[in-house]
Write a protein that binds this ligand. Structure first.
Ligand code: PGA
Length: 234
C-alpha cells in the first residue's frame, strides 16, 4: 500500500493520548513536566486553571519547580474555568480564593494576571460574554488543566450541556452539590448556580490536560475514553 501525506482534515483532528500512572504523585510530575516544557518555550503562556482536589498535587509540584528550579510564571496569565454564583467573595471556597491559595501563592504569577469569573456580578450573562472576549483578547488558552466530576462533568458543564456551549450560568446537578458538600459545612451551603466556561470554550484551548485520580472517577473516565461522545458525558 502506498503512503499518503496527511490531509488537512487529518492533521487538524485532535490527538488524544491516555497516560495511566500508578499514583497521584506520578500524575502530578508527568503533568508538571508537560507544563514546564511549554512555559520554558513560551514564558508568556496563557494557562487555564482548574480548582478541585485533583490538580492540587500538580500545583504543589509546579510550586516546587518554581522554588527549586527557577521555573517562572511571572510573564504568564491565566483564566479560571468556573466560579460559584452568590458566594461571599471572601469565602474560602470561592474559586478565585482557592486558586490564589493553591497555585498563585506557590509561584510568581501576578494575581492581577489571573482572570476569574465574578459570581456576584450584577449582570451575570454580561460577565460571561466579557470573559469570552478576554480569553480571545489574550489569544486563547495554551494549556488547559481539567478535572472531571464523578457524573462526567467538565468544569461545571453538567450532563446534557451542549458540546458547543459557551461561558454561561449553569444549574449544578444534585450529584455535583453532594460531591462538593465536603468543602462546606452542610449541603445547604453549596450554591445551586455557577458560572462556567462552556465545552465549546474549553475545546478551543491548544492543549488540554485532563487529570483523573481515584477509583471514584473510574466509571466517568471509562465513559469518556471508551464511550461515544454525547452530551450525557461531555
Ligand atoms: P475534584 O473535582 O477534583 O474535587 O474531584 C473535579 C471536578 O468536579 O471537576
Amino acid at each position: 500500500m502506498g503512503t499518503r501525506a496527511p490531509g488537512r482534515l487529518q492533521s487538524r483532528r485532535p490527538r488524544v493520548e491516555v497516560v495511566v500512572l500508578p499514583s497521584a504523585e506520578d500524575i502530578a510530575r508527568e503533568a508538571a513536566g508537560r507544563i514546564e516544557r511549554r512555559v520554558r518555550t513560551n514564558p508568556e503562556i496563557t494557562l487555564g486553571l482548574a480548582t478541585g482536589s485533583t490538580p492540587e498535587p500538580l500545583y504543589e509540584e509546579l510550586g516546587r519547580r518554581h522554588r527549586e528550579n527557577g521555573l517562572s510564571f511571572a510573564q504568564a496569565r491565566a483564566f479560571l474555568l468556573d466560579e460559584y454564583v452568590g458566594l461571599d467573595p471572601e469565602h474560602p471556597e470561592a474559586y478565585r480564593n482557592v486558586i490564589l491559595k493553591e497555585f498563585v501563592s506557590l509561584v510568581d504569577i501576578p494575581p492581577s494576571a489571573v482572570r476569574s469569573l465574578d459570581g456576584n456580578a450584577p449582570d451575570l450573562p454580561g460577565e460571561c460574554v466579557q470573559f469570552e472576549k478576554d480569553i480571545r483578547a489574550a489569544g486563547g488558552v495554551d494549556v488547559q488543566i481539567l478535572g472531571i466530576g464523578s457524573d462526567g462533568h467538565i468544569a461545571f458543564n453538567e450532563p446534557t450541556s451542549a458540546l458547543t456551549s459557551r461561558t454561561r450560568v449553569e444549574v449544578l446537578a444534585p450529584q455535583t452539590r453532594e460531591d462538593n458538600a465536603r468543602f462546606f459545612s452542610s449541603l445547604d451551603e453549596v450554591p445551586i448556580h455557577a458560572l462556567t466556561q462552556g465545552l465549546g470554550t474549553i475545546m478551543e484551548a491548544d492543549e488540554i490536560l485532563l487529570i483523573a485520580t481515584g477509583s471514584q472517577k473510574a466509571a466517568a473516565v471509562a465513559r469518556f475514553v471508551e464511550g461515544p461522545i454525547t452530551a450525557m458525558c461531555p
